[in-house]
Design a protein. Structure first.
Lengths: 456, 506
C-alpha cells in the first residue's frame, strides 16, 4: 500500500526563473503544462496551490513534503522518511488510526502515500464536496500526529514486510548496489527503503521518530496541491482556518556533497534463482536545474541513444535479439542524480558484448551529432508523452508535486520543455562528451548463481 | 453458473450488428458493438478494441498461443510495415498500441493526442487487421514469453508466482483457465508461426470484436475505425465450454519449493458461482470490501493482520480475479470471465509466521460467514463503495473500458450497477449472500516458501501455531485473539510440493 521508490522513466523537470510573487503561476502561451496554477503562501510558510482541471466532482488533494531518503544523514537511520510516511497514518489526538480510516472510508476516498529520494507525497482522491473534511483531517495529522510505541513497533514490521515483498525481485539489490557504489558520501547512496539492517532495527527508534516529525513536518517544508474541481479561494480559506496555527521551523541539515567520481566503479551481483542477466550503468549528472542547458540535453540523450527508435534498440532488441529490454533515464533530482541505463540480456554469454555496445553507443553520441529529423521526432515524443500523461487530477497533482520536489517550483516542466525546443544536435553531442566518460561511470551486473555453487 | 449463451457477446448476430452498448455519459448511438464517448474537454483520444479471444482458447499443447498472437499484433509489424517502421511511426506521437491477453479476451488499447489521431487510427487498425507475422518478431516475442515464465515468474516475483499457482490450483485438469496466459515452456517451444496465423484467422473476426473510442473523437471517427477493421473475417470461433471447476474439500495446498525465498507468499481461494451477471455479486461486493478491499485499510484483513499484528505489507480479498492496473489501486477494466473465484492475497510473511497468517485469513473468512456484517459496518461499507467506485473512471481509457464492459455481462457498467443497486440493498441480503457463496467446504492454498517439507508437515499435523512477536506492547485483546487464531482448525489438509523450476514447465 505505501509505495516507496519505483524505478520509472519519469520525465525530468527543471527550474525556470526566480520564484514569482504573483498569485498565479502563469505559463507562456505554449506551455507544456497547460493548466493555470494558483498559488498562495500562508504566513507560516505553507504553500497552497490549486490547479483547476475538468474532472467534475473529483479532486486530488496532495500534501508534498520536501523530505525524502535524501534527508537521512545519520548512520543506522536509513529508510526513516519512508517509515515515517507509514507512521503518518497511525493516528492523532483527535482521530485514532481506526477513526481516521473510518472517515476516509465514509468519503469513499482513495488514499495513499509514497516516499522517494527528494519528497514524501500524501495523496487523497475524493469527491470535491469533501474538501473541508479532507483539510480538517490532513491538517490534524500533519500538526498533531500521535501514536504509541506499540503501534510504532508493529508498523516497523509492516515496513519489513514491504522490503520482503520487494526482495523477491532482483531489481532491489541491483539498485541498492548501483546507488551504494556510485555514491560514497551523499545520502542518495542508500535507497528509499533503506538498508535492511536499519529496517530490522526500526522498532527501537520510537524517540527518533518524534525528532523526525518535528524536524521535517513543518508548513514551510510542505505544499498543498489540489487539482480538479477546486476553487482557490475556498481552498485557501479552509487552509488558513485549519493549518494556520501550524508553526514553521523546518530543520536545516547539511547533506554531504558527493565528491566527483574519478575512476570507473563496478560491482558484480549474483541471484539465487534463474533470472535474466542484467546490467545497470550510472553516470553522475547535474541536479534538476532549468538554468542548466545540460539537463534537457541529457533527457533527450536518453531517448536518442536508448529509445525505441534508436539504432542500438534496433540492433540489440529487434534484429539481433540479444536483449529483452533496454532503457535509460536521466534522473531529475534535487541534488546531482544519475543517468541510468538498464538492460536485461538474453544469455550470460552476451553480457560483455552488450555492455560494449552500450558503451560504444554512448561514445558515439559524444562524437556524432544526432540526425536533425530524429531530434525533431524526439522532441515531439517528449512533448506528447507529457501531454498524454496528464489525464486525471492525480496525474496533474503528481506532476506539480514532482516539480516541487526537485526544484522548489511547481511549474518547472515549462522551462524544461522550452529548453527541449531549443536543443540542437550539437548540444546533445557536447553533453554526451561531458558526462559519458569512463571515470564518471558505475557498472553493476547481476547473473543467476551457477548451479554448482547452490549447494553451499 | 454457466449461462445458456455460448459466448460473452449476445449470440446469433453477425458482424458488428450487436445490441447497442449502454454507456454512461454523452454517448452517441452507433453501429452496434461500438461505444463512443465524445468529450470536448481535453485533447486526448482513447481507443479500445476488445477481441473475444483469450488464453481459454489456447489449443491443448499450445498454451500461450493467444497471448503470443496478441503480442504479434501489438508488438509486431503489419503487412505494409516492419515493426521497426511501426515504432518509428508511433514514436513522435508518444503513442503505442497496448495488447493484453486475459483468460477470455485480448484487449488492444491506446491513448493519443488529437493532433495525431488519423495517423494513429490507420496504423492501429492495420496492426489488428493485417499483422505482418514476421518470423523475427515471432522469435523475439516467443523468447520474451519464455523469459517471463522462467525468469520473472519463477525467479523474480514471488507474489505473482503465488497467484499464478493459485489459478492453476483453482482450475485443474486441463480447465481452459488453468494455465497462465503466457503459457508453458513446453507449449511455447512447440508453437509455430503458422499456429499464430491460424489463431488470428480463427478468432480475430468481426463477430468477436467490441470497439470503443472516447475523448476528442466523434462518431465519424468511430465509423472509420469499424470500416478499417471490416476486412477481418465475419465470423470467429466460439469460446470453449468451461467445465465446472472442482470444489476443494478441506485445505488443498500447493507449496512451491523455492529455497532462495526470504519470506513466504500466500494466496488462497475457491471457485464461486457468481459473476456481475448475478444479483448476489453486488451484495458480495459490499461484503468483500468489508473483508479486504484491495490496498486500502478498510478491510478486516488489513486491519487485523497488518495493522494490529505487523505480519506483512498487505492482505486483501476479491470476488473477481483481480489484475492491478500498473501502479494504481484499481483493476484493469475488461477482464471479463464466465467463472470467478473468491480469493485472499496475503503478501509475503516471515517464514516463522506462515501457518499463523494462514490461520488468520481462515479465521477472518469464518467470522465473516458466521457473523456477517453489522448494520453499522454495512452502512459504512456501502457508502464507501458508492463513492469509491466513482474514482474507477477518472481517466479517459478507464471510463471507456468500464463503459464497454457491461455488455459482457448483460449489465450496465459496474460503476452504474453499483450506483443503482447498492442503495436498495439490505444488510440481510449481504449476509445471506455471504452464507450462500463464501461458506465453502474447502479452499485451495498456494504458498511459495523456502522449507516446503517442514511447512507441509506442520500444516498436516494440525498442531497449533502460536505467533511470537519480536515487537512489544501487543494489546491484550489481540493476544487473546491470537490464541484462537493459533488453534484455528485446518481440517483435512492435503499438500503437494512442486519445485519452483517445475512450475509452468508443461
Amino acid at each position: 500500500m505505501r509505495r516507496t521508490w519505483t524505478w520509472t522513466l519519469l520525465l525530468g523537470l527543471a527550474l525556470a526563473s526566480p520564484p514569482a510573487r504573483a498569485q498565479d503561476v502563469t505559463a507562456g502561451p505554449k506551455a507544456i503544462f497547460p493548466y493555470p496554477i494558483r498559488r498562495t503562501v500562508l504566513d507560516n510558510g505553507l504553500t497552497v496551490l490549486s490547479v483547476p482541471y475538468d474532472s467534475p466532482g473529483i479532486i486530488a488533494y496532495y500534501t508534498v513534503v520536501r523530505t525524502g531518503s535524501r534527508n537521512e544523514v545519520e548512520a543506522g537511520l536509513t529508510g526513516f522518511a519512508h517509515f515515517f510516511e507509514h507512521m503518518m497514518f497511525r493516528g492523532t489526538e483527535r482521530y485514532s488510526q481506526e477513526a481516521y480510516n473510518a472517515e476516509l472510508k465514509k468519503l469513499g476516498a482513495d488514499s495513499n502515500a509514497f516516499t522517494a529520494d527528494d519528497w514524501t507525497c500524501y495523496h487523497i482522491t475524493v469527491a470535491a464536496s469533501a474538501l473541508e473534511k479532507v483539510v480538517e483531517l490532513e491538517s490534524d495529522r500533519f500538526r498533531n500526529l500521535k501514536y504509541d510505541e506499540a503501534g510504532f513497533q508493529k508498523e516497523a514490521r509492516a515496513v519489513l514486510g514491504e522490503y520482503n515483498k520487494s526482495a523477491s525481485s532482483p531489481f532491489l539489490i541491483l539498485f541498492e548496489a548501483l546507488q551504494g557504489t556510485a555514491y560514497t558520501a551523499h545520502t542518495y547512496r542508500h535507497t528509499t527503503l533503506g538498508f535492511l539492517d536499519d529496517i530490522k532495527a526500526m522498532p527501537n527508534q520510537y524517540g527518533y521518530s518524534l525528532v523526525f516529525f518535528k524536524r521535517w513536518y513543518r508548513p514551510d517544508n510542505c505544499t498543498i496541491v489540489v487539482a480538479g474541481d477546486v476553487d482557490h479561494d475556498q481552498l485557501v480559506n479552509l487552509c488558513k482556518q485549519y493549518y494556520g496555527g501550524w508553526k514553521a521551523g523546518t530543520a536545516q541539515i547539511a547533506i554531504p556533497a558527493e565528491p566527483p567520481q574519478r575512476e570507473e566503479r563496478t560491482k558484480a551481483l549474483t541471484w539465487p534463482t534463474e533470472t535474466l542477466p542484467t546490467v545497470v550503468l550510472g553516470y553522475h549528472i547535474p541536479a534538476a536545474d532549468p538554468g542548466n542547458p545540460d539537463t534537457a540535453a541529457l533527457q533527450a540523450l536518453a531517448q536518442a541513444v536508448f529509445g525505441e527508435t534508436s539504432p542500438l534498440y534496433k540492433q540489440l532488441v529487434l534484429d539481433e535479439q540479444k536483449v529483452v529490454v533496454i532503457e535509460a533515464e536521466a534522473e531529475s533530482k534535487r541534488d546531482p542524480g544519475l543517468f541510468v541505463v538498464l538492460t536485461r540480456v538474453r544469455s550470460p554469454g552476451e553480457m560483455a558484448e552488450v555492455q560494449r555496445r552500450i558503451l560504444d553507443a554512448l561514445a558515439d553520441a559524444a562524437r556524432t551529432p544526432v540526425d536533425p529529423a530524429r531530434l525533431a521526432a524526439i522532441k515531439a515524443h517528449l512533448k506528447y508523452a507529457f501531454a498524454g500523461a496528464l489525464d486525471s487530477p492525480d496525474a496533474i497533482a503528481n506532476a506539480v508535486g514532482a516539480s516541487i520536489a526537485a526544484t522548489g517550483r511547481p511549474d518547472s516542466m515549462n522551462a524544461l520543455y522550452a529548453a527541449f525546443d531549443r536543443l540542437t544536435p550539437d548540444d546533445l553531442r557536447r553533453v554526451a562528451a561531458a558526462y559519458f566518460a569512463p571515470q564518471n561511470r558505475t557498472i553493476v551486473t547481476l547473473v543467476a548463481q551457477p548451479k554448482e555453487e547452490k549447494a553451499r | 453458473m454457466i449461462t445458456p449463451r455460448i459466448g460473452l457477446l449476445a449470440p446469433g448476430l453477425a458482424a458488428l450488428l450487436l445490441p447497442l452498448v449502454a454507456t454512461s455519459r454523452g454517448d452517441e448511438p452507433t453501429a452496434a458493438g461500438m461505444t463512443v464517448l465524445p468529450s470536448e474537454s481535453g485533447p486526448l483520444v482513447a481507443l479500445r478494441v476488445i477481441v473475444r479471444a483469450g488464453s481459454q482458447d489456447d489449443p491443448k499443447g499450445r498454451e500461450g498461443l493467444a497471448a503470443l498472437t496478441a503480442a504479434m499484433v501489438a508488438e509486431g509489424g503489419t503487412k505494409e510495415l516492419t515493426y521497426e517502421q511501426v515504432l518509428r511511426r508511433f514514436y513522435p506521437m508518444a503513442a503505442t498500441l497496448s495488447g493484453e491477453c486475459y483468460k477470455e479476451v485480448s484487449v488492444f488499447s491506446g491513448v493519443v493526442h488529437r493532433d495525431n489521431l488519423a495517423a494513429y487510427e490507420a496504423l492501429v487498425a492495420e496492426m489488428i487487421a493485417a499483422p505482418r507475422f514476421d518470423p523475427t518478431d515471432f522469435e523475439r516475442l516467443k523468447t520474451e514469453a519464455l523469459d517471463y515464465l522462467t525468469s520473472t515468474l519463477r525467479g523474480g516475483n514471488d507474489e505473482e508466482l503465488s497467484k499464478a499457482t493459485l489459478q492453476a490450483a483453482l482450475y485443474p485438469d486441463g480447465h481452459p483457465y488453468g494455465h497462465v496466459e503466457q503459457g508453458t515452456v513446453t507449449a511455447l517451444k512447440a508453437i509455430t508461426l503458422d499456429d499464430v496465423k491460424a489463431f488470428h484467422r480463427a478468432h480475430y473476426a468481426r463477430s468477436n470484436l467490441v470497439l470503443g473510442v472516447a475523448g476528442g473523437a466523434d462518431r465519424a471517427f468511430a465509423a472509420k475505425l469499424a470500416a478499417d477493421l471490416s476486412r477481418l473475417p465475419a465470423d470467429g470461433a466460439e469460446p470453449p465450454e468451461l467445465p465446472a471447476p472442482p470444489l476443494p474439500r478441506g485445505l488443498e495446498v500447493t507449496i512451491v519449493a523455492k529455497p532462495s525465498a526470504d519470506s513466504t507468499a500466500l494466496a488462497l481461494g475457491f471457485p464461486i458461482d457468481v459473476t456481475r451477471r448475478d444479483d448476489d455479486f453486488y451484495a458480495l461486493a459490499v461484503a468483500n470490501s468489508y473483508l479486504g478491499e484491495h490496498r486500502t485499510f478498510n478491510g478486516r484483513l488489513m486491519q487485523d493482520l497488518r495493522a494490529k499484528r505487523g505480519l506483512n505489507y498487505g492482505d486483501y480479498s476479491y470476488i473477481e480475479i483481480f489484475i492491478q492496473e500498473g501502479a494504481s489501486t484499481f483493476p484493469v477494466p475488461n477482464n471479463p470471465r464466465r467463472q470467478q473465484a473468491f480469493s485472499i492475497w496475503l503478501r509475503p510473511v516471515p517464514h516463522d509466521k506462515v501457518a499463523f497468517a494462514l490461520r488468520g485469513a481462515l479465521w477472518e473468512l469464518d467470522r465473516l460467514v458466521r457473523d456477517g456484517l453489522s448494520p453499522e459496518d454495512f452502512e459504512a461499507t456501502r457508502s464507501f463503495l458508492l463513492n469509491y467506485s466513482k474514482l474507477w473512471v477518472q481517466t479517459l481509457p478507464r471510463r471507456l473500458g468500464y463503459a464497454m464492459e457491461g455488455s459482457f455481462y448483460d449489465r450496465q457498467s459496474l460503476v452504474q450497477e453499483l450506483q443503482d443497486r447498492l442503495p436498495k440493498l439490505t444488510v440481510e441480503q449481504v449476509n445471506a449472500a455471504v452464507r450462500k457463496h463464501l461458506n465453502a467446504p474447502g479452499l485451495r492454498v498456494a504458498i511459495v516458501t523456502r522449507d516446503a517439507q517442514a511447512l507441509a508437515d506442520l500444516l498436516k499435523s494440525g498442531k497449533p501455531t502460536p505467533i511470537t512477536y519480536d515487537t512489544e506492547g501487543t494489546p491484550e485483546e489481540v493476544l487473546a485473539e491470537d490464541k484462537v487464531i493459533a488453534a484455528f482448525p485446518l481440517g483435512e489438509v492435503r499438500v503437494s510440493i512442486v519445485p519452483v523450476e517445475a512450475m509452468f514447465e508443461k
